[in-house]
Write a protein that binds this ligand. Structure first.
Ligand SMILES: *Cc1c(COP(=O)(O)O)cnc(C)c1O
Length: 246
């Protein structure tokens, strides 16, 4: 098989399929988010033409420019892809995200959610959001701690309800990289348990999504996904190739 983007995308889909078979999961429970950060719009267009419809971006400015560039490459009646913001989000950058993205996976404090709710334009559907949880406990990584998660989830669910501009869909994590499957699974199992706990607390939100797994550990994420609901696996380099070092 030649090494084209379409073939790499197919290979990732085949990995997901195989992991679903191993886990006894329906492949419809797994959604592939193609993480296109650092790659230009024409490369995203190639993935679009190969059938990919959900893209993840980490940097606000780059993402906003790419969304506009891709929309110029698509014919006016073409189906629009969904854009997911997955990077660290500062409060002075929320407006661009609220105006241009469909999802945000990386909310870790109430202030960000409040600004997104205020700034989400009325003509757009509500922004779909996940809370980022620090499941590895490293001081350097962003994400709310598991201890502070229930209060944040309650506050964001309530804001979503009163504003009508957000929907709290679930939890996201970026664990420390690990080589062994068992070590990769542990933080994902923790995230799944935290989501189940929020539902048990009767947090008033759909809470039907996990966002976990990347190129190196998507099989572990599929194994720890839930049978009911969606698991977004966020795959960059396995689809687009190695990224240039920043
Ligand atoms: C870059 C990135 C990914 C994709 O990582 P790969 O290892 O290239 O698959 C997934 N999630 C987040 C939050 C990222 O920043």
């Amino acid at each position: 098989m030649t090494d084209t983007l379409a073939h790499r995308l197919e290979a990732v889909q085949a990995r997901i399929q195989a992991a679903c078979e191993a886990a006894g999961r329906s492949p419809t429970a797994i959604s592939l988010l193609a993480v296109s950060k650092t790659f230009p719009a024409d490369v995203v267009f190639e993935a679009y033409e190969a059938g990919q419809r959900a893209f993840g971006e980490n940097y606000v400015q780059e993402g906003v420019e790419k969304i506009a560039a891709l929309s110029r490459l698509l014919s006016p009646d073409a189906e629009r892809p969904d854009w997911h913001f997955i990077g660290p989000l500062q409060s002075n950058k929320t407006r661009d995200v609220a105006e241009h993205f469909d999802w945000v996976h990386s909310i870790d404090r109430l202030k960000i959610a409040q600004r997104l709710a205020e700034q989400r334009p009325a003509h757009r559907p509500p922004l779909q959001v996940c809370l980022q949880v620090n499941v590895s406990g490293e001081a350097t990584k962003s994400g709310v701690s598991p201890e502070d998660l229930p209060a944040l989830a309650e506050a964001v669910a309530s804001l979503a309800h009163t504003s009508g501009r957000l929907v709290l869909r679930g939890l996201m994590a970026i664990p420390e990289p690990a080589a062994q499957l068992e070590d990769q699974r542990r933080p994902f199992a923790t995230l799944r348990a935290l989501l189940a706990q929020l539902r048990a607390n009767k947090t008033a939100a759909p809470l039907d999504c996990l966002s976990m797994g990347m190129s190196a550990d998507l099989e572990a994420a599929v194994l720890e996904s839930e049978a009911a609901g969606t698991c977004w696996v966020r795959v960059g380099s396995a689809i687009f190739g190695a990224r240039p070092r920043p």
